[in-house]
Design a protein around this ligand. Structure first.
Ligand SMILES: C[S@@+](CC[C@H](N)C(=O)[O-])C[C@H]1O[C@@H](n2cnc3c(N)ncnc32)[C@H](O)[C@@H]1O
Length: 160
């Protein structure tokens, strides 16, 4: 099973089968409304992306972005005319200024290099329309920075 497949299975297990309900609650915090464009930063296998899609409805659009080709390939199984996935990091968003109503991210910001997090937040601000909403769900700041060990773990896994 791919890393993305294992991650998807793990998220269903650790939430005791309530993952979709939990992400629906997170999506509700954004007030995403029918017809809006929402973006999920670090979408992984797309749980929050899909929850946002339920809120924006068939006239809206949700784009899940993630730098991991593996995650995006896995998430893309659930792509629809309303749900798109693309390989991009949070630090360089492929959207025009003031073109997005909601930017949301769950459990991904601590994966962004610490010195790049302000860049990612500035990018979210750039693409949001005036009055747009930003939701960041992440472990407390006291948690150790996992971006560097994470990269080392990936390199070890990939045999580098
Ligand atoms: C723990 S997973 C969370 C996935 C998903 N948001 C969820 O809640 O299940 C962290 C994700 O952050 C992604 N990620 C790593 N670096 C990133 C970056 N610079 N910008 C955006 N996402 C990043 C990883 O590829 C991974 O899919």
């Amino acid at each position: 099973m791919s890393h993305a497949g294992s991650y998807d299975r793990l998220t269903r297990l650790v939430t005791l089968g309530r993952r979709d309900r939990i992400y629906a609650g997170l999506a509700a915090l954004t007030d995403a409304a029918p017809g809006e464009h929402a973006v999920d930063l670090g979408c992984g296998t797309g749980a929050l992306t899909r929850a946002l899609a339920t809120r924006v409805g068939p006239r809206g659009l949700v784009t899940g972005i993630d730098p991991s080709e593996d995650m995006v390939a896995y998430a893309s199984r659930t792509a629809t005319p309303t749900i798109r996935y693309a390989v991009h990091p949070a630090e360089a968003l492929p959207f025009r200024d003031e073109s997005v109503h909601v930017v949301a991210t769950a459990l991904a910001m601590h994966h962004v290099d610490a010195d790049q997090r302000p860049v990612a937040v500035a990018e979210a601000h750039r693409v949001l329309v005036p009055g747009g909403r930003l939701l960041v769900v992440d472990p407390p700041a006291a948690q150790p920075d996992c971006s560097a060990p994470d990269r080392r773990a990936h390199r070890a896994r990939d045999g580098e």
